[in-house]
Design a binder for this molecule. Structure first.
Ligand code: AMP
Length: 190
């Protein structure tokens, strides 16, 4: 199963990705997690990403695309992967399509988690309390939502046009959403 998860910050993509990755025995590849791990370890990549992350902006494509391209060559991704947080704009979606076309391993699906606007902020503020993420402060949250609407939301029509988009609601219990996601994905691949 080669799948991209998309949805606004706070839609629960990360949580669902963990369950789905376990279900399909494939890696959960979260670009945000990779950036955070690099930040923590003080690597060059982490240093490059930090300012953008702190402001809620996208890390430049030149950095992000190479990082994902490299990650997809790891052995654990040969049978598939769940990408969470990438692509974040149409240019990244085009790069992903070309990386996968070169390997002759196109995506099976793009799973969109949809959530009403009013639920998004509430969930992000709740997560801020629990995870104490640096970028879950109110002004940064606001900026991340703007960036999502301006830069990331257009990938939804991109993937709809490619015939890959599957949308499910991100409202419900974690178990219900996972079950809906698996039911939806089972129609396109194993
Ligand atoms: P996330 O954990 O997916 O919410 O990502 C946290 C932050 O990491 C984002 O606000 C961006 O600054 C950065 N980031 C994650 N994925 C990407 C990406 N695909 N392109 C650019 N920046 C990204």
């Amino acid at each position: 199963m080669r799948c991209v998860l998309v949805g606004p910050p706070g839609a629960g993509k990360g949580t669902q990705a963990q369950f789905l990755a376990a279900h399909y025995s494939i890696p959960h590849i979260s670009t945000g997690d990779i950036f955070r791990a690099n930040l923590k370890a003080g690597t060059e990549l982490g240093i490059q990403a930090k300012g953008f992350m702190d402001r809620g902006e996208l890390v430049p494509d030149s950095v992000t695309n190479d990082m994902v391209k490299d990650r997809l060559t790891h052995d654990d991704a040969v049978n598939g992967f769940l990408l969470d947080g990438f692509p974040r704009n149409v240019a990244q979606a085009e790069v992903l399509r070309s990386i996968l076309a070169d390997k002759k391993t196109p995506l099976h699906a793009v799973l969109e988690f949809s959530l009403p606007d009013e639920d998004i902020i509430a969930r992000l503020l709740q997560r801020a309390e629990i995870e104490k993420r640096e970028d879950d402060k109110e002004d940064v949250i606001k900026r991340r939502l703007e960036v999502y609407a301006e830069q990331t939301a257009p990938i939804i029509s991109f993937y709809r046009n490619e015939g890959l988009l599957i949308s499910i609601s991100a409202v419900g219990t974690i178990e219900e959403i996972t079950a809906n996601a698996i039911a939806a994905l089972s129609r396109v691949a194993q």
